[in-house]
Write a new protein. Sequence first.
Length: 497
Amino acid sequence: MASQRITDGPSVAIVGAGVAGICTGIKLLAAGNRNFTIYEKASEIGGTWRENTYPGCSCDVPLHMYQFSFELDPGWDRKFVTSADIKAYLEKVVDKYGLRSFIRFNTEIGEASFDEARGVWQLRGAGESFEAHVIAAGTGQLHRPLYPALPGRENFEGPSWHSADWNHEYDLAGKHVGVIGTGASAIQFVPEVVRKVARLSLFQRTPAWVVPRPQRDFASWEKILYGAVPAFMRLQRWKIYWSGELLFYAFHKSGDKIREMAIEAMKADVADPVKQAALTPDYAPGCKRVLFSNDWWPAMGRSSLDVVTDPIETITATGVKLKSGRDVPLDAIIYGTGFDTTHFLGPMKVTGLGGADIKNVWRKGAEAHHGMTVPGFPNFFLLYGPNTNLGHNSIIFMIECQANYIVQCVRKLKDDDLLYLDVKPEALRASNLSVQNDNENSVFNAGCTSWYKTEEGKVTNNWANYTFKYWWRTRRPDFAEYNLRKRPSALKAIAAE
């Protein structure tokens, strides 16, 4: 695909048709820019909500906040919805805004390199090459399955799978199933699995703080009111938003209330004091992700569920061997061990100015100005990038902030006839220092290990501040923080004046 003239609007390559990619496409259309393509590796849209289909998969953010602010749907039945519900919502949004014709499916971008002389990115994927002035990478954090580094994993002779690659064909009835991991996915699928199996052995390294989820059905009159008076739904949205901001305060100022709620809920369903002790975390609430469920504690209280805290020595042909010497025979193993979250952009190789490889630049942990731009990688933007994940509010709020910021940068390229804009190293240093100071003084740095951190302990994923502060910092790009390079034709015109 040939590079488009900048007068037609900078061409934009959006990588990924998940929430972030869809949002960015709609924002570009709203700004009058139709010169973009969304490259999607799969045959469907949806991102993490397409990939994760395990039983019980749902969103733990109330739906009024987990939808686009510009496309509020009054027809939801419940306060917290399933992955299938969100996928259906995204499909409807894509069709309403006419995005489907901009999506190139079954095209995974494997490489992107910047041509400085021409100011274009050269992309390669699916055996083809493409070009664009701008890349907006919405590759996400929660869809690349992470397996534990356990010896013998390949030796197990029974079926095994990761929660993100669920085996829907296997009949769980009457089986002894092992689940390795107790993260956010396991919290949701374990209660579904334990109802079907004869026995479930839950291999736990670290317990989670799990509090009740305030789930409820919407009354018919509420849905009618939301549809007839959209302002009422927006009012509910803002109420949930500010409740989330208060939750941030609870995480970072005092987690006592969360601790009390979790322990009270556990004791209501788990009578065995040995189980209670095994399921009680020894770290502050919020250091790892606080989880919300009404089904977890009843599942833990079942006599058919064993909580195994002895470390695993190896996976065997027939099950799991513990370091204590005990063998646990299993019919199947399910890995609820989360995702590779700290290696942003996944397998995509990105090469910027002077042949710089972004993975090498990030070898000590990913950093980006406002989570979006990296010095030496002009016209390259990340969506849901480093230090923009949340533990207390909706990531869609952050994504909308980022999409608005990117659209303004694209407009700057056109209006000023720029070859590229490249964030200054000192701008990144200043913003990253602020972010890391926030993290240093936050519960995310309270001593536990989590998917928020690299192996060296650097918090690369989370935003440890109020989200309205992120909105304020990103509401308008400060172009003094960028090196702006004019197109040669524009320079000649200036010299001739």
